[in-house]
Ligand binder design. Structure first.
Ligand code: TYD
Length: 147
């Protein structure tokens, strides 16, 4: 399926344990997470003015959570773009397959947690934007007889 940026939605978590002055956010496969989570990783100690991302995945689904601080994501499906600011551990952004993302504007000490539907596989990445457009069927291949 050809997903669009509009398929990338915020998921609100069900907060519990609020009585004791702290919050607990459970994230369960098939309930809050729309896919079985096979991997979790987090980005921390991110230098100021450093951007991350700059790639798309072919099949991987992810949920991105600002566990601490905030950061911005610019999403593109090759046609439309969407800017999302994440600044709360009480919700996460569901990234569907085939979405180019840039992640930037990390506040000092920000921590970005990612839940992923698959284990790490470099073959699932597209790291070149032109290649991404071609993969999405949005860029005409130039043949020598077109020149
Ligand atoms: P990458 O996904 O490109 O990071 P970001 O989107 O945050 O910029 O990953 C950065 C590097 O880390 C890359 O060389 C692949 C490696 N890596 C793993 O080995 N395992 C993982 O689970 C992840 C997410 C990355």
């Amino acid at each position: 399926m050809n997903f669009s940026v509009n398929n990338c939605r915020l998921i609100d978590f069900s907060i519990t344990g609020t009585g004791a002055g702290f919050f607990v956010d459970p994230l369960r496969n098939g309930i809050e997470a729309p896919f079985p989570v096979k991997r979790m990783y987090y980005l921390f100690d991110i230098p100021l003015n450093k951007a991350r991302g700059g790639h798309s995945h072919k099949a991987l689904q992810q949920i991105v959570i600002a566990i601490n601080g905030s950061f911005a994501l610019k999403l593109s499906d090759g046609r439309d773009e969407k800017l999302v600011i994440l600044d709360s551990p009480m919700s996460g952004l569901h990234l569907v397959p085939g979405i180019w993302r840039e992640v930037f504007d990390f506040t000092p000490g920000a921590t970005c947690m990612v839940l992923a539907s698959e284990v790490y596989d470099e073959r699932d990445y597209i790291r070149d934007y032109d290649e991404f457009l071609t993969w999405r069927g949005l860029k005409k291949n130039i043949h020598s007889n077109d020149l």
